[in-house]
Design a protein around this ligand. Sequence first.
Ligand SMILES: Cc1cc2nc3c(=O)[nH]c(=O)nc-3n(C[C@H](O)[C@H](O)[C@H](O)COP(=O)(O)O)c2cc1C
Length: 261
Amino acid sequence: MCGSHFKATFTFSALESLASENSGQGSPDQDRIFGTGGIVVKLLRIDSSPMGEAAISRQLTMEFVQCWLNANPHSTVMKRDLTTTTIPVIDAAWVAANYTPKESRTHQQDELLKLSTEFIAELLDADEYVMGMPMHNWGPPSSFKLWVDQIVTASSSPERPLAGGRATLIGKRATFIIAAGAVYAPGSANASKNYLVPWLRTLFGSLGIKDMQFVLADNTRETNKGKIDRAAFLAPHIEAIHALFEKELAEQTRHRDGASA
Ligand SMILES: Cc1cc2nc3c(=O)[nH]c(=O)nc-3n(C[C@H](O)[C@H](O)[C@H](O)COP(=O)(O)O)c2cc1C
């Protein structure tokens, strides 16, 4: 039970570090390193539901973080709340700045790209991501889409390397936790309308992430309308998150036993 092991209460503003004893440097090019055994790794938690503490996706990303800290003691969790960060809609001036090589950019263009470069630095710094989001109109919520438009660059440079197809985030893992009102199970009437999962796969795949995990908490309307108790609704999804970590711990044990044999 990950949540029951973890005592801290999280209240973050925009970006904050947790449990940072010896912050490790994430390397986008190396294979993902496991945290158990004293290796310090960084998790970036990104939330985008406008529903605050009541959001189902946020309750589940919180559970993921608790499990992750149990599995990765002395490691660091950073949080980016996309609903408390003012992210501008990109405009012509931003696009022009994004296409301008660093050495040719004006001070004003550097300023326009400041938030974007900050978001990119967070992605490069972390070893692993958990991204929680509601499904809105069969896609991501607008705050998440605004963030995505800020992180994908026109070309690759050392401080802004996230050009599509460059595989810059290779070796990192992303877990996506999605809350959706309707049912999207295979064979259901809405199954073919889940555009969010393939969109996320395409987007983060183009940035180099091969290791993606998805937790879909669908049918939230049943609990939002009071037909299913919230704890009963969350239980199987919390179990699904625990199962991800049990699988990982088993892999780590195999890895360790293999190395010491
Ligand atoms: C603007 C808006 C659009 C939504 N669009 C969809 C949708 O396309 N499909 C769906 O299944 N649920 C949709 N919902 C329901 C949410 O996905 C659902 O309430 C979910 O629990 C929200 O996640 P959260 O609790 O993490 O905010 C929508 C809700 C809102 C507010």
